[in-house]
Design a protein around this ligand. Structure first.
Ligand SMILES: *Cc1c(COP(=O)(O)O)cnc(C)c1O
Length: 341
């Protein structure tokens, strides 16, 4: 086979999924209006559907998960407030410090446990007393899935109840909450129980090209709307994008199971290679330890086979809508050929 004719397999992230023919047809057929006037019927339908699925009163469509998380921080917290968050959480580490830069909101990061959770004792300890020396502890932000791992419902319940008792609010960065729900075999609504606001990415494993939704109560979403406008997230005939999101919620949630099964299948294949140490994946991400001295040559070898991956000593391989079981066979074969196994 010639490299140019091979289908490219992109394992860098589940953000790389491209809209397929049926999703594009839904986008092309979308009824639109000016969403800043609240006139776009497709955006309104997406927001209503997301609210219903996640068990909240209302929802807001925005261009990215970075923006829905930031809107949530700005809506929950005032200048001088503080939010408790994981040291490796997306909201804290990978969103350019937006809450601090734009909201004057101080993050209080705490270390993760081995399973990705934040220890309840650490959360409790991080809540500051009401004293003018301190920022006001206002919010706990958790993330599920976190590094491909699923936080368990009883943990989420305990953590949200703990901070609610102490007067804090709760936000879930549920960029991949659908992966968690499908893995746990629970409804989306059950998966977000206990959270006052939830951000969900439509553009990851769900396969939409753009967009996230923020779900919360009606009063919160009313205030969030002003922040979205201020951040430049008010879009006009956004129904074209919302149609993709609606299609994703209707058709691409249950199928995430296939990505999880492909991840396990790939991990099993890679575990045949003596030089690779691989963990059993919980959702759509495989983490493999690659000998540091071989990373760049492995990246090149995979590239020659039409496989795009971020090869690092702690390598993350992400399965998604555009990677089939046959593609997984190709990936496994490419690794085995390179390692001679
Ligand atoms: C991708 C992601 C986001 C949002 O990212 P955008 O690229 O801005 O949509 C937020 N949280 C987590 C955990 C993510 O993986």
């Amino acid at each position: 086979m010639n490299g140019a004719t091979l289908k490219l397999i992109d394992l860098r992230s589940d953000t790389v999924t491209r809209p397929g023919a049926a999703m594009r047809a839904a986008m092309a057929a979308a009824e639109v209006g000016d969403d800043v006037y609240g006139d776009d019927p497709t955006v309104n339908r997406l927001q209503a559907r997301a609210a219903e699925l996640f068990g909240h009163e209302a929802a807001l469509f925005a261009p990215s998960g970075t923006q829905t998380n930031l809107i949530a921080l700005l809506t929950h917290c005032q200048r001088g407030d503080e939010y408790i968050v994981g040291q490796e959480a997306h909201t804290y580490k990978y969103e350019a410090g937006g809450g601090a830069v734009l909201g004057g909101i101080q993050p209080q990061p705490i270390a993760h446990q081995a399973d990705g959770s934040l220890a309840l004792a650490d959360i409790e300890h991080a809540i500051k007393p009401d004293d003018f020396h301190f920022a006001r502890s206002r919010l706990l932000a958790l993330e599920n899935t976190f590094g491909g791992r699923v936080l368990q419902p009883d943990y989420m319940k305990a953590a949200t109840e703990l901070v609610h008792r102490r007067g804090l609010a709760t936000h879930l960065d549920g960029a991949r909450i659908c992966n968690a729900a499908v893995k746990l075999g629970i409804s989306l609504r059950q998966a977000v129980t206990g959270f006052d606001s939830v951000s969900v990415c439509l553009s990851k494993g769900l396969g939409a090209p753009v967009g996230s939704v923020l779900c919360a109560d009606r009063e919160f979403i009313g205030r969030a709307l002003r922040w979205r406008k201020m951040l430049g997230g008010g879009m006009r005939q956004a129904g074209i994008l919302a149609a993709a999101g609606l299609y994703a919620l209707e058709h691409n949630v249950e199928r995430l199971t296939e990505d999880h099964e492909n991840a396990v299948y790939l991990a099993r294949g890679l575990s045949d290679v003596a030089e690779i140490k691989v963990d059993l994946p919980e959702t759509n991400m495989v983490f493999a330890d690659i000998p540091a001295g071989k990373c760049s040559r492995l990246a090149q070898a995979l590239g020659r086979k039409g496989i795009l991956a971020t090869v690092e000593p702690q390598m993350r391989i992400v399965l998604h809508l555009d990677v089939s079981r046959a593609d997984v066979e190709r990936i496994t074969a490419a690794f085995k050929e390179f390692f001679g196994g």
